[in-house]
Design a protein around this ligand. Structure first.
Ligand SMILES: *Cc1c(COP(=O)(O)O)cnc(C)c1O
Length: 231
């Protein structure tokens, strides 16, 4: 088996396509974000050469370094990790998507920083959908307030929701969590106005992307299956 990065990437694309075919969805509904965390720039550059542009990093410093060293203007950068509000100012000049906003305070800070440089940033609100005690993701009950607040922002565009499933191979645990995220999106759809447009659902990673696609994902964040195991 050829295990170079481009063939792994193509296998992931094929997996997405098959998953879509199996549940009657169009593959172009799914955005693939290649999660390059801890991997060398060389791998990122190979994918860019191959026509892939969406990349995700889960640490603010790593994203900053990556955006600095991979200067290709075609690259589209996603921040997907636990976001500390005080790190927003370091990424605002170049980041395209922040998938992990879970506090009104972060929306406010992002709006302030983005307006200063007249730049529009796409945002997903991260919701806590797993039973695991994790600080990342707002409580579903906070979603309405955050979305109403975001409707009136100008530089911060809320494009959907993001969720992390429980870290397990048990797809019977993961599936209801994805269903919950989709239900939350649908239940809040009436709040799509102004700068809020609840279109995207960012869910699914290497081990559960097929289930996520069956449950309505529009963005999968894939690291290991493309770049290989991390140390
Ligand atoms: C690392 C990471 C991923 C990718 O995980 P893999 O299992 O390697 O595909 C996706 N989302 C987030 C938030 C991550 O931190």
């Amino acid at each position: 088996m050829n295990t170079d990065i481009i063939s792994r990437y193509e296998q992931v694309q094929k997996k997405i396509k098959n998953a879509c075919n199996d549940c009657g969805r169009a593959p172009d509904e799914i955005m693939l974000v290649a999660v390059s965390k801890t991997k060398p720039d060389e791998d990122v550059l190979k994918l860019i050469e191959n026509g892939h542009y969406h990349f995700g990093e889960n640490r603010a410093k790593a994203l900053q370094d990556r955006m600095e060293s991979v200067k290709n203007p075609a690259a589209i950068w996603h921040f997907i990790g636990n976001l500390q509000t005080n790190k927003i100012k370091y990424m605002v000049e170049r980041v395209n998507w922040i998938q992990s906003i879970h506090k009104k305070k972060a929306l406010k800070e992002l709006e302030k920083r983005a307006s200063e440089i007249n730049r529009v940033i796409n945002v997903l609100i991260q919701v806590n959908i797993s039973e695991e005690d994790q600080k990342s993701g707002c409580d579903p009950k906070q979603l309405e307030g955050m979305l109403k607040y975001a409707q009136n922002l100008k530089y911060t565009k809320v494009r959907g929701l993001m969720g992390m499933a429980t870290f397990t191979d048990d797809l019977d645990v993961v599936r209801p969590e994805f269903k919950l995220l989709r239900k939350l999106r649908d239940d809040h759809q009436h709040l799509s106005k102004g700068s809020v447009d609840l279109k995207h659902l960012s869910m699914g990673m290497t081990n559960d992307l097929e289930v996520a696609i069956q449950e309505g994902s529009t963005m999968v964040r894939v690291g290991t299956a493309i770049f290989g195991e991390r140390n």
